[in-house]
Design a protein around this ligand. Structure first.
Ligand code: SAT
Ligand code: MN
Length: 593
């Protein structure tokens, strides 16, 4: 058997460009050791044991949660930090008003100063990874250098990581370089910098999720959206599901909702009793790369290989698939603990917390027991409904694209766009109440076009143009919809039950795609009439339904004016065709009574 040293040498010799970069980084960061990750089970086990040994991973009660561990992040490092996340393009305008921008030389200088000597006494891990099925022409590779073993474990679960990825990198012209150090976890010395023109990411000072697992938001969305624009495809913040009807036909749908708005729940939806014989197959729960196919349809792959989902609220009735999936081989981050060492979170439905997410004796006066952005990391193949098409190199053809936001009022349960360009308007106008997935105030309405506000790696005006261009290349484009599962009445009660019942809305959409269900035309698009939705067996009061499917023209007049002034922030790069769509929508609303 090869020694660890021989294995490293063999891996390094596979790819001299990576080896040269690793040497440069090591000379600057001064690690005590360098470890090239091969992605093997044995390596995973060794790293995991190391973290258990030093106390950073806590094994959970093995009877109910075999192979599960708890990781507590630094209490000041629990979410993405958008105000510290930059897109560093040579021309400021290319990053757009939707991104924080820094001049690339200055950004490199700042980051290099932070990285100088930062790995002294630590191990530098070289993490080669592939985003997307390893043999897909649409997949793209990267290498993350990190000094966090927790990051390595998560990258192993979230990406195709190790030897095969490195082999692919050796055959390709480019790879994304991601450099990460947890530093001292000092929020004052924390930055996540993107250099799309150099296919480079530098992230310092955070060990959390989207800040540190560089394959995820940094590569698969910010850098990839930039690459996608020049290569003619789309990198989107979307789940992808296959919806199989009782006749055995499966249609694929991609849905863009902001972080912590239920993408994972929808991706793993369990049909209500009324929909016996239907099945939902998960292709992905967070990110989709979309490519026009030679047949004029739009194809999706999921660049990820695991789920980094919100834990609180997950239980047998909200998301039984996720609930069962996370009972083995799962890393929990920032959940609470019961007396017998089980993970606990608000909405788990059983057990009592004794230690909160920070490891303190649980006291409700300190807030929730589990952090509201507590997460699970688990291999997607553990999901019993993992789509047999999830690893298909060509991806899956999309029948529909669904945008959505979390809005107490205004946006109806569902509306269908008139055509692709109108759908781009619906996507560009997405607004949502903020959630705990990002640092900052929760519950404030903000515009979040295509749910990409924190993730588009370039100017939104150019991004909308690109969406229109991609649509123009599709002879059989997916239909586009907008949904809002989060409507509330005056008393703050949800009007729609959500979760599995959302299939009723999805079924209407698919029937629309096949021309088989009714709708009424309104100034904001096509809405189902109450009789168009299958509501048998669901408790929605008739007046709640009326409210869910109403179009309040006065409110929409204001909304469209607000959208116009929002678009104004992106002038002069907002495409004329999008402004024309908006003007047409305003004219329709103005003409309606
Ligand atoms: O922290 S992550 O960016 O990975 C999760 C999310 O915000 O969707
Ligand atoms: Mn997300």
């Amino acid at each position: 058997m090869a020694t660890a040293q021989e294995r490293v040498a063999a891996l390094a010799s596979l790819e001299p460009r990576v080896a040269a970069w690793v040497q440069d980084v090591a000379a600057h960061t001064r690690p005590a050791r360098i470890h090239w990750c091969d992605g093997s089970d044995a390596e995973y086990e060794t790293l995991r044991q190391g973290l258990v040994h030093d106390g950073s991973l806590l094994p959970l009660e093995p009877g109910r949660f075999p192979g599960c561990y708890l990781y507590r992040s630094d209490p000041a490092d629990v979410a993405r930090v958008e105000h510290l996340t930059y897109v560093c393009t040579r021309a400021r305008e290319d990053a757009g008003p939707n991104n924080y921008w820094m001049e690339p030389r200055e950004a490199h200088a700042r980051m290099d100063a932070l990285f100088a000597g930062c790995m002294r006494g630590r191990t530098l891990y070289v993490v080669p990874y592939c985003m997307g099925p390893i043999d897909s022409p649409y997949a793209r590779c990267g290498v993350e250098i990190t000094d966090s073993a927790y990051v390595v474990l998560n990258m192993r679960l979230m990406t195709r990581m190790g030897r095969d990825a490195l082999g692919r990198i050796a055959r390709e012209d480019t790879f994304v370089k991601g450099l990460h150090s947890t530093g001292e976890l000092d929020p004052e010395r924390r930055f996540i910098m993107h250099f799309p023109e150099e296919l480079t990411i530098k992230s310092f000072g955070s060990g959390y999720g989207g800040n540190a697992l560089l394959g995820k938001k940094c590569h698969a969305l910010r850098i990839a959206s930039w690459q996608a624009r020049s290569e003619g495809w789309l990198a989107e913040h979307m789940l992808v599901v296959g919806i199989e009807n009782p006749r055995g036909e499966t249609h694929y749908v991609a849905c863009a909702f902001p972080s912590a708005c239920g993408k994972t729940n929808l991706a793993m939806l369990i049909p209500p009793a009324r929909f016996a014989g239907w099945r939902i197959w998960t292709v992905g729960d967070d990110i989709a790369w979309l490519h026009p196919g030679s047949d004029g349809r739009l194809y999706a792959i999921n660049p990820e290989a695991g789920y980094f989902g919100v834990v609180p609220g997950t239980n047998a009735s909200t998301n039984r698939v996720a609930f069962e999936t996370i009972h083995r081989d799962t890393i929990f981050t920032n959940v609470a603990l019961t007396a017998d060492g089980q993970p606990w979170w608000e909405g788990r439905g059983e057990g009592t917390p004794v230690l909160d997410w920070r490891g303190r004796p649980y006291d409700p006066a300190n807030g929730p027991a589990a952090h509201p952005n507590a997460r699970f990391t688990v291999d997607a193949r553990r999901n019993p409904n993992y789509s047999p098409m999830a690893d298909a190199p060509a991806g899956v053809p999309l029948s529909a694209i669904v945008f959505g936001g979390r809005r107490r009022s205004l946006a109806p349960l569902v509306v269908q766009a008139r055509d692709w360009a109108h759908g781009v308007l619906l996507g560009a106008a997405v607004a949502s109440e903020t959630t705990a997935a990002a640092a900052g105030a929760v519950g404030v309405v903000r515009r979040d076009p295509m749910a990409m506000k924190p993730f588009a790696g370039y100017h939104f005006g150019d991004y909308w143009s690109h969406w229109l261009d991609v649509g123009a290349r599709l002879t059989r484009p997916p239909a586009i919809f907008h949904v809002n599962w989060f409507r509330q009445d005056a008393g703050g009660r949800y009007l729609w039950p959500g979760f599995g019942e959302n299939l009723r809305v999805l079924a209407w959409m698919l029937a629309r795609c096949g021309g088989a269900s009714g709708a009424r035309e309104t100034p904001i698009g096509w809405l189902p009439r109450p009789q168009d939705l299958d509501l048998q067996g669901v408790a929605v009061a008739p007046d709640a339904l009326d409210e869910l499917l109403a179009v309040d023209l006065t409110a929409w007049r204001e909304e469209l004016a607000a959208i116009e002034s929002y678009f104004g922030e992106f002038a002069p790069r907002v495409p004329a065709a999008l402004l024309a769509e908006l003007a047409a929508a305003r004219a329709r609303v103005a003409a309606a009574r």
